[in-house]
Design a protein around this ligand. Structure first.
Ligand SMILES: Cc1ncc(COP(=O)(O)O)c(C=O)c1O
Length: 376
């Protein structure tokens, strides 16, 4: 690919010294789990996001799964979310034993339609799970109001929206739990799978922490600095903690996050300027700050344009399409083509263009030129 969607090796080379120091620090310590890097990262990350507590976990998927379980979501419950997203949220709902209820989207932001969400609430509804699509926050303020009105938990999937803001406040402190992913291609990319939950609630943070370490409180882990001789499992859980290596790498990268968010914004602005009139372009609603994980356009001739870009050596992707309710795995849940018309229309027309700190503005211009050529 001439212009790829990702180039992790290039980004490593740009910060090689700091990353190598972080990795060596962990290797020299001999402490690959249960060390000091994870708690230090959690403090630094919570501080950056503006949340009281951050709990690191093994992936964004683990963040969602653990958050729902920590909130007590289980069999017989319903959780309302959207279908134009990663499998992780819906799979987490079902892994908890609950039922997934998909509702349609606001076509402008492609996030959950708050009116459709409230209309879908039943006596069995226990939680709402909005997703900040492509980096634009869902209307979490209104979702909070709806959740409070109906006594429901609110879990925000911000796996692709780190750094996004609503009314000047970074996502991460508005929902009961906000879930983040540090998969390599995300805003803050680890060198493997990693994620985090943030919350304002200390007891909830502690429950998540225990759940993701096989039901054990972190401080009770036995070892030379502890008086605990054996295990102390207070509940069943998962082995889903972040490892020390990923935490050290993320600590080295976190100080550069603001800088990379600014690069993403400049690239998105450039696309918006160059692509005006060629396709439906992504919007940033007043009061919101988009984190620009993806620049996703919509157009009728999506497949032809994607084919053109591929032949020109330009990476592009159709995330997340087809939507989950039309995926084979969920064919038995009663949703059909036509169940979520706005979600389906977006899914059939969307195309993600390359964007990220591995690219230059000149390369963004080249992509924009090829989009123009492909549509002429
Ligand atoms: C919106 C969304 N939620 C959740 C996830 C899952 O995150 P992870 O890959 O870290 O498990 C992803 C991954 O891309 C995502 O895009």
């Amino acid at each position: 690919m001439k212009i790829a969607l990702y180039d992790h090796a290039k980004l490593y080379r740009e910060h090689r010294e700091e990353i190598d120091i972080a990795i060596a620090r962990v290797l020299e310590s001999g402490q690959f789990i249960w060390g000091q890097e994870v708690p230090a990262f959690e403090k630094e990350f919570a501080n950056w996001v503006g949340a009281r507590h951050a709990v690191s976990v093994g992936s964004g998927t683990a963040a969602l799964t653990t958050a729902l379980r920590a909130l007590g979501i289980g069999p017989g419950d319903e959780v309302i979310t959207v279908a134009n997203t990663d499998l992780a949220g819906s799979a987490a709902i079902r892994a908890a034993g609950a039922s997934v209820v998909w509702v349609d989207i606001d076509p402008e932001t492609r996030c959950i339609d708050t009116a459709a969400c409230e209309a879908a609430i039943t006596p069995r509804t226990r939680a709402l799970l909005p997703v900040d699509l492509y980096g634009h926050p869902a209307d979490v303020i209104e979702m909070r109001r709806i959740a409070d009105r109906h006594g429901l938990a609110l879990v925000e999937d911000a796996c692709i929206a780190l750094g996004a803001e609503i009314d000047g406040r970074r996502v991460g402190s508005l929902a009961d739990v906000t879930c983040f992913s540090f998969a390599p291609g995300k805003h803050l990319g680890a060198y493997g799978a990693a994620g985090a939950c943030t919350t304002q609630d200390a007891a909830l943070a502690e429950r998540i922490r225990k759940l993701m370490s096989d039901g054990q409180a972190r401080v009770r882990r036995y070892g030379p600095k502890s008086n605990v001789v054996g295990q102390h499992h207070e509940m069943e859980g998962y082995n889903q903690q972040m490892d020390e290596m990923q935490a050290a790498i993320l600590r080295a990268k976190l100080p550069h996050l603001d800088e990379t968010l600014a690069v993403r914004r400049a690239q998105a602005d450039r696309y918006t300027e160059r692509l005006a009139g060629l396709a439906d372009l992504p919007a940033e609603k007043t009061g919101y700050r988009h984190a620009w994980r993806n620049y996703v356009i919509e157009l009728d001739r999506r497949d032809a344009l994607a084919a053109h870009l591929f032949t020109q050596g330009i990476g592009c992707n159709g995330l997340y399409s087809p939507p989950l309710h039309l995926q084979p795995v969920y064919s038995g849940l009663g949703y059909v083509l036509g169940s979520l018309p706005r979600t389906e229309r977006s899914g059939s027309r969307l195309l993600g263009l390359p964007l990220g700190p591995h690219l230059s503005l000149h390369q963004i211009d080249m992509v924009a030129e090829e989009v123009r050529a492909g549509l002429s």
